[in-house]
Each structure stands twice: as structure tokens, then as C-alpha cells.
Design a protein. Structure first.
Length: 427
């Protein structure tokens, strides 16, 4: 029988939800399905859609780590049925390690010419290595591994461990500390780094990520045999994760290819791409079972769930594009919905002070086209700000008296976007 527990709080045992470790929310049980690299084949997507329709609230929630959540599950026996679907689909290869398979990767890797290396095989190798190492089951469900193909998209997410193609840099908590790893050694290096972190964390029940334990950085560097050098750029550790300074242990990774990005880039642009795929956004990161089934019907290849709560649909003929739009998915990069996210809010979350999804929808309708192109906006039902994007975003936080609006990290230069001002007027 799955253990039902709450992931809230950062003390005591790790309570981050998984496929077998459900979270009791106000609207029922919630399970989180780890999808390394965000990659789903069509049969897997169909089965997830069917599970959401039959055992949950009919929706697949896209998370900021490229995973999927099913919520509104009425009872623990339904969680077991969902788990059976995941096992049959190949989405639950390890019962012991299922919560630590948090692996994000550049979602367009291998689909266009924007990166230095197709990192999809590395996703498979790193996932297998993590699951094959018994003691790594002790990693927190919050521990994040990233594989950046050199374009700098997932390198900017501040993962605990991030390997970047082109330079071979292994970033720790988003920082370049001089480690360089060759491509064929990435899986082994990730395992060694994670084990060094666990060893350093031994006995601590309040530490989940490398950023929570700064002294772990030196232990990891020592375990990998590299020097510990602070980032040279005075702007800080996230200044240029794609082209960090090369250290003495660079390895045979080769120089950057001509024409590639010189710095970090944002999320994949919503809309059709010449390389033969479409990036579609689900409003507020909620992909309905009907939408997922339509995608599975139309797609000519795999679907990639991105850390920006969009999906990449491979092999979609242009003539079938209207089929996506008819389901409510967004393929227009000028849509006001682009960049707008929200936590669950009421009634699904008992901590929320407002129905943020309904309020966000109403605010966007009131703002109209003028809301397009503004700073990304996240709606939160309480001060915990669950699901807050890693990238700069304005935050609309529900309070007992209405909404409070703040810029990214409490800083926002220039006038607030119109859609934020609209939210403020609702307070």
C-alpha cells in the first residue's frame, strides 16, 4: 500500500511526492511521475491520459522539472492502479529510486541544430546509473540533475548537478567550480558527485540539496579529483553557464561549434519550428486528458515535457496544427497565456487563500492582448509560492486581504506589466 504523506516542510523525512508516495491534498491524493528528460513516446502519453481520466481529475499537471502530476485521486487503491499503469508503460522502472529520477535535459536536443550534442542518450545512461546505485535512493526528491546540450537552457535552472556539452563543465548548484567531465564519463561522474553529497550530508535531516550545504561543494570536487575554483565573473554564479572558464581537467570535449549560442537562452519558443516539431503551451500548465489524447493522435514522434510547462510535439504535419488549437492548446507565441503559471490554489490546496487559477484566467481576459509579451507571471495561493519559475518572473501572491504583487526576487525595474497591474486592481 502506498504511503500517503505531505511533502510540505523542509525538516524531518523527505516528503516530496512520487508515483508510489502520494500526497494528501484537499482535493484528493496526488502523485508525481518522474519523466527523465521529459520524453514520452505516444503509447506512454496515451496511458497517462487514460490514467488521468479513469483514476484522477482528468488532468496532467506539467511541473517545472518536466515531470507530470496526477491529482484528485480518490483513494489509495486508485494510486496502486496508477502505479500499475506506470509499470506497464515503462515509466516506473525502479520502486526504490522513483522519487530521485529528477533529470531535466535540453528539450530540443537532437531535434534542431541549436546544441553541441544530442544529450538524449546521456539521459538514459544517467537515469540507469542513478537507479543502479543502491545508496542513491537516499537522495531527496528535490535533488535535480540536468544535462544541457550547450545552448544554456537547462543550465540556467540551478540544478544540483548540471553537465554542459561543448565545455564539459559540471556545474554544482548552478556554479562553475572548475570541474570538467568528458561525455563518456558523465553518468559515472554524476553518481560519484551525488554519493559525495550524501556522504557529506550524513546525519542531517534538514538538508536536501547542494545549495543547502555549501561545504558539500568541496567534498564533491575532491571526490571527482578536480580543483575548487570560485566563478571568476563578478556578476555571480549564473552569469554564463554555457561558456564557463576552462579548468585544468577539461578533458577531450572539444571547442564550441561555430554559430551556436554564446550565452544562456530561454525556453523553447512556442509555435511551429522549421525542424519539424511544434512547441505547445497548456494554459497554466494543465494538460487535459482530451488534449493529451489529441496530441497522441496527431504526433508523428515522441512528445517532450519541458521545465517551462510546455510540450514539444515531434512530427506534427502543418495541416494538423488546427487540431491542437481546437483542444485549447496554445501555439501562438503572441498569446497572453505565454509565461503565465499558477500553483494549484483553492480548492485543491488547503493552504491556499484564493482560487488563483480562476483569478489568473479572469485577469488575462480583462487585460486582453495587451498582456502579451510582459514579464512572466506566476500566481501563488500563499507565501510558499509553490511552482514558482526559476527564471525571472513577477509574482502575484494571495493574502487574506487580496493579492500582493512583487517583481522577481522583490526587484522589478520600470512599470509593472499591465497584466500584473490588472491583478493588483483585484486586491
Amino acid at each position: 500500500m502506498p504511503a500517503v504523506s505531505s511533502p510540505s516542510g523542509r525538516s524531518g523525512d523527505d516528503r516530496c511526492p512520487g508515483a508510489l508516495r502520494a500526497h494528501q491534498a484537499a482535493d484528493g491524493l496526488l502523485v508525481r511521475v518522474r519523466i527523465p528528460g521529459g520524453r514520452l513516446d505516444v503509447p506512454q502519453l496515451r496511458r497517462l491520459a487514460a490514467a488521468a481520466r479513469q483514476h484522477a481529475d482528468g488532468t496532467l499537471e506539467l511541473t517545472s522539472r518536466g515531470n507530470v502530476q496526477l491529482r484528485g485521486i480518490p483513494a489509495a487503491d486508485e494510486v496502486n492502479r496508477v502505479a500499475a499503469v506506470l509499470v506497464a508503460s515503462g515509466l516506473l522502472p525502479s520502486a526504490t529510486h522513483e522519487t530521485v529520477r529528477n533529470i531535466v535535459a535540453s528539450p530540443l536536443s537532437g531535434l534542431d541544430s541549436g546544441g553541441h550534442l544530442d544529450v538524449r542518450p546521456l539521459v538514459t545512461a544517467v537515469d540507469a546509473a542513478l537507479c543502479a546505485t543502491a545508496d542513491l535512493a537516499e537522495l531527496s526528491g528535490r535533488f535535480l540533475v540536468a544535462l544541457d546540450d550547450g545552448r544554456g537552457d537547462v543550465a540556467a535552472l540551478g540544478a544540483d548537478l548540471c553537465w554542459t556539452a561543448g565545455t564539459g563543465a559540471l556545474l554544482l548548484a548552478g556554479r562553475d567550480v572548475g570541474l570538467r567531465v568528458a561525455g563518456d564519463e558523465v553518468a559515472a561522474a554524476m553518481v560519484a558527485a551525488a554519493r559525495a553529497f550524501l556522504h557529506r550530508r550524513a546525519g542531517r535531516r534538514d538538508v536536501w540539496r547542494i545549495a543547502d550545504l555549501p561545504e558539500a561543494v568541496g567534498a564533491i570536487v575532491a571526490a571527482l579529483g578536480g580543483p575548487h575554483t570560485e566563478p571568476a565573473d563578478p556578476r555571480g554564479p549564473h552569469a554564463d553557464p554555457v561558456n564557463p572558464p576552462r579548468g585544468p581537467h577539461a578533458g577531450p570535449v572539444g571547442p564550441p561549434r561555430a554559430g551556436r549560442h554564446a550565452g544562456p537562452v530561454g525556453p523553447p519558443r512556442v509555435g511551429p519550428h522549421p525542424a519539424g516539431f511544434v512547441v505547445a503551451a497548456a494554459p497554466l500548465g494543465r494538460l487535459t486528458a482530451t488534449q493529451a489524447e489529441a496530441v497522441a493522435e496527431l504526433a508523428g514522434g515522441p512528445v517532450v515535457v519541458t521545465p517551462w510547462r510546455t510540450i514539444v510535439v515531434v512530427g506534427l504535419p502543418a495541416v494538423t496544427m488546427p487540431g491542437l488549437v481546437e483542444t485549447g492548446l496554445i501555439v501562438d507565441p503572441a498569446s497572453p497565456w505565454i509565461g503565465v503559471t499558477a500553483c494549484t490554489g483553492r480548492p485543491g490546496c488547503g493552504s491556499a487563500l484564493a482560487d488563483v487559477r480562476a483569478d489568473a484566467t479572469a485577469a488575462l481576459a480583462a487585460a486582453g492582448p495587451s498582456a502579451a509579451g510582459a514579464l512572466p507571471l506566476h500566481w501563488a495561493g500563499c507565501d510558499r509560492c509553490c511552482g514558482r519559475p526559476a527564471a525571472p518572473a513577477a509574482i502575484v501572491v494571495a493574502t487574506a486581504a487580496g493579492y500582493r504583487v512583487a517583481g522577481h526576487r522583490e526587484e522589478h525595474h520600470g512599470p509593472l506589466p499591465k497584466r500584473v497591474a490588472q491583478a493588483r486592481s483585484r486586491a
